[in-house]
Design a protein around this ligand. Structure first.
Ligand code: HEC
Ligand SMILES: [Cu+2]
Length: 340
């Protein structure tokens, strides 16, 4: 078929290969881990690229030369030719040894460099993968300073951070392409991932290991901020939820705390003090940019849509559809909007 002609499809394949929504570590490293690893990758890529082209060159040369010569007489022993062949083999083997040794030495140096970066982290964040969202706990030596949130992490710039990774169900993997290599998390086997973010901005993380139906919507967003902004965020997150003001919002709080929602979700400062490993902590729900681990925007409309029919937005999600009286639903939505 004409369409499958390589001349026709190759350019399209090349273009399609660049159609990734995720930024790559190679283009825009935001911290030293990705930068150092990126350098190693580029070295491997360049050396292997040259070798690949050389091999292709020799192959085509051999093909081309084969046509020129015609073997009529039987092969004769040729001392000169043997010597040339031996020299060629010695050069090729030496080059191979030099290249492989440089790979090993460079990988070792990079590893050592990375380990050196990870001593004495100033901040520890525990991240637990659930199907299909992330529980995030900011640890502290002062127990009352520990707080839980979900799917979004804020970190101060230029700070060594230790992410303690856990899984509650299946194998997940934490991957921030701009920050560090990905790290798999196997249930019962905690992992560490060290990062330092030197560039201000929002960096997208992903679950990097297929973990079920909504694996694609298991985003983990990282906001890297100057220290004062981070500290203000941290301080606000530690506080319990504010008391609702209007009658409607108060009714909404009652709907939440006396209904099914409270069986799974925690709102600190209310009676909904369930178990925050069941479902995202909603204490400061509206401080987040998205809901459902990136499945929808955190607007009043999308939030309403999520509560009415979470499976419409994220099919298979582990939150049931709970039918409610219209006035209860409106009140609940108004109350959730107060969780700043
Ligand atoms: C059986 C447990 C369960 C019940 C009951 C439940 N939820 Fe959820 N809820 C979840 C889970 C699990 C998620 C995370 C889903 C995901 O992103 O994959 C979630 C997510 C949410 C989110 C998005 C949070 C975020 O930051 O992404 C909101 C808002 C929410 N639920 C509100 C409610 C409300 C309101 C009720 C009561 C009407 C309720 N939930 C009842 C389990 C539950
Ligand atoms: Cu996952």
């Amino acid at each position: 078929m004409k369409l499958l002609n390589p001349l026709f499809t190759l350019p399209f394949l090349c273009i399609a290969a660049a159609c990734s929504r995720n930024p790559s570590v190679l283009q825009d490293p935001a911290g030293p881990h990705a930068e150092i690893t990126g350098k190693l990758f580029r070295y491997f890529f360049a050396v292997n690229g040259v070798i690949f082209l050389l091999v292709l060159g020799f192959l085509f040369f051999a093909l081309w030369r084969r046509r020129e010569r015609q073997l009529v007489a039987p092969l004769q022993p040729d001392a000169q030719g043997e010597k040339r062949l031996l020299t060629g083999v010695v050069i090729a083997v030496s080059l191979t040894i030099i290249v492989l040794t440089s790979f090993v030495i460079l990988s070792y140096a990079v590893d050592k460099n990375l380990i050196g970066l990870d001593k004495n982290p100033a901040l520890e964040i525990e991240i637990t993968g659930h199907q299909w969202w992330w529980e995030v706990r900011y640890l502290s030596k002062t127990p009352s300073d520990v707080f839980t949130t979900a799917n979004e992490i804020h970190v101060p710039l230029n700070t060594k951070i230790r992410l303690i990774l856990k899984s509650s169900d299946v194998i997940h993997s934490v991957w921030f392409p701009n920050l560090a290599g990905k790290r798999d998390i196997i249930p019962g086997h905690d992992q560490d991932l060290f990062i330092r973010v030197d560039k201000e901005g929002t960096w997208q993380g992903r679950c990097g290991e297929f973990c079920g139906m909504q694996h694609a919507f298991m985003g983990l967003t990282l906001f890297a901020e100057p220290k004062p902004a981070f500290e203000a965020w941290e301080k606000a997150q530690r506080l319990p939820a504010e008391e609702p003001q209007s009658a409607e919002e108060k009714h909404g709080k009652e709907v939440f705390t006396t209904g099914a929602c409270a069986m799974c979700h925690v709102i600190r400062g209310t009676d909904s003090t369930g178990y925050s490993s069941n479902a995202p902590d909603l204490t400061h729900l509206k401080s987040r940019a998205t809901i459902g681990a990136g499945a929808a925007a955190n607007t009043k409309g999308d939030l309403g849509g999520w509560i009415l029919d979470p499976h419409g937005i994220k099919p298979g999600v582990h939150m049931p559809t709970i039918s409610q009286e219209p006035q209860d639903f409106q009140a609940l939505l108004s109350y959730l909007e107060t969780l700043k």
